[in-house]
Design a protein around this ligand. Sequence first.
Ligand code: FDA
Length: 396
Amino acid sequence: MAGSGATFDVVVIGAGAAGLMAAATAGARGRRVLVIDHAERPGKKILMSGGGRCNFTNLESGPEHFLSDNPDFCRSALARYTPWEFLALVEGHGIPWVEKAAGQLFCRDSSRDIVTLLERENHAAGTTLWLETRVESVEAMEGGYRLATSAGPVTCESLIVATGGRSAPKMGATGFGYALAEQFGLQVLPTRPALVPFTLDEGLRRQLSELAGVSIPVEVAAGEAAFHEPMLITHRGLSGPAMLQVSGFWEPGEALTIDLLPGEAALDLLREWREDHPTRPLDRLLATRFPRRFARGLAALHGWTGPLQGYSNADLERAAATLAGWRLVPAGTEGWRTAEVTLGGVDTRALSSRTFEVQGQPGLYFIGEVLDVTGQLGGHNFQWAWASGIAAGRHA
Ligand code: FDA
């Protein structure tokens, strides 16, 4: 594959979503482009994404769906490459798609279709791909960069770092992009897993274990953020879109507040039940709102036994407070192994928001998830990969 002393206009490190998009864009401008990845195939995270159907964009994608220490940075790229443009590309390749929740677009058949799209775009743009290739070192030289790789030395004018975040290390994630950023004097903000399920301490986990598999719509809050989405109880703890979304806002040691009856006045409902069904136990009435197993488990957990007529006003108030604001302190999160994304990363203040080039370091670019820009659940992270890849690919 590699010769010795190969020369390219642009080298992209990382054949993931952002890197392949940047490479195809630069190649289409007539630049000679090389993409290097240490994995044995490109786009491994794309393949596993969206449960195998890749939630490839979100029609609502905008800055308000991203977390960053420098929140305005993402505006320019997101505005200059919209979800509609990526959708047009998907349709141009004849890929069938479906809209699941509002704005969330998935492949109808397989995530493989998106990898094939990127491979075809790269083929058409004449880019070169070296897989199973390690980048050993990078140094700046007059007019560009020199890389030592396991396939020999490479020089280039422009170097695009698209090595992704730390999540899902089995899919090829490394800290290489962060180390490279530090080598060139950029700040790397502390990283932590996000869009990740919560774990519970042994006692609570055991108490909830019989409810594993139950999914109910809730409103969950941590810090300033709240999400109205389904929560899934698992054998390890709490997951589902509500928990994944809120994980990015949760600080270790903090409680989650879970409204199990979002949009309903819990105390009014309990009073009404006591009035209308005084001889019924609470779990039977809760089963009209929740899956039966969950109603029973919740009542057992909180000692809600006996007919409702035996409940004082204070008892009802306590039960209502639990239903409207169940407070749980997670033991932690499942960590990098199952996290979808990485919070933190390369500080964007050092980059041009239009081109993604490092200020004062001509020809060096960082794009995609390696940056301190993290999207919410629902296709925003891929839209960021496409938009940042296009921005750098148009300039590098
Ligand atoms: P990405 O991780 O895609 O690519 C980085 C590439 O760099 C990899 O190919 C890796 O092998 C390579 N690399 C790393 N270190 C290297 C080194 N030292 N040398 C050479 N190569 C190196 N998002 C979304 O919008 N919708 C969704 O449905 C999902 N679903 C989803 C499911 C799961 C299980 C996960 C883990 C993640 C998601 N995501 C998602 C998030 C999404 O996958 C992620 O944000 C993008 O893939 C990020 O794109 P990048 O190109 O930045 O990194």
